[in-house]
Ligand binder design. Structure first.
Ligand code: 5GP
Length: 198
């Protein structure tokens, strides 16, 4: 194991969820209740979406910058997803884990598979947010804004990939049961994870 990973005292809570699941709202609620949880800011080569701010949702970098960071070993994990690269910088996560912090990471399946090889299993809780089936997510996307058949088909493919990560989860939060229930369930995940920090 990497020497940098040998003295981990903290705990990683991974959140995986399909797009449109309400993941952002659930995480925001928990961060409000638990301000000492550290949410990592990943790097991505994807374009910024309207409303996003560099350094908040992501560190937005060019494809070349991302590849350079790969070559210099800056990432603890990284993956290509839907044509873009995403990665967690070692500098974002390792110092926090060494301090004994609870760290929250929002990553996709390939990243989780890498973390499972790097981190002791008892230092990681994998959460999946269930948002109902494709029909529910499709109806939600269509209600939000006009959406082309092509975009819907791309979203469906993405949903199938995202949903395939569900069997890896230690905890499944059913967000079709209502936000308040999800808030409580995710708060409980965080409280249990605190007990595992030392
Ligand atoms: P989006 O483009 O919608 O923000 O994110 C696409 C996917 O990339 C989501 O499933 C998100 O969780 C994942 N993702 C975001 N940051 C990272 C990261 O640092 N590493 C990995 N492996 N996946 C990430």
């Amino acid at each position: 194991m990497d020497t940098e990973l040998s003295d981990i005292k903290g705990h990683v809570v991974v959140v995986m969820a399909p797009m449109g699941s309400g993941k952002g709202t659930i995480i925001a609620n928990t961060l409000k209740n638990h301000p000492d949880v550290y949410q990592t800011v990943s790097c991505t080569s994807r374009a910024m979406r309207p409303g996003e701010i560099d350094g908040h949702q992501y560190h937005f970098v060019t494809k070349e910058e991302f590849d350079h960071k790969i070559s210099t070993g800056d990432f603890l994990e990284w993956a290509e997803f839907a044509g873009n690269k995403y990665g967690t910088l070692k500098s974002e996560i390792l110092p926090k884990l060494a301090e004994g912090k609870l760290v929250l990471v929002e990553i996709e399946l390939q990243g989780v598979e890498q973390l499972l090889k790097l981190l002791p299993r008892d230092h990681m809780t994998i959460t999946y947010i269930e948002a109902g089936g494709w029909e529910v997510l499709r109806a939600r996307a269509e209600a939000r804004a006009p959406i082309s058949e092509e975009e819907l088909s791309a979203r469906h493919t993405r949903f199938l990939i995202e949903q395939s990560s569900k069997p890896m989860a230690d905890v499944i939060i059913d967000n079709s049961a209502g936000m308040e229930t999800s808030f409580k369930q995710f708060d409980h995940v965080i409280e249990e994870a605190y007990k595992k920090c030392n």
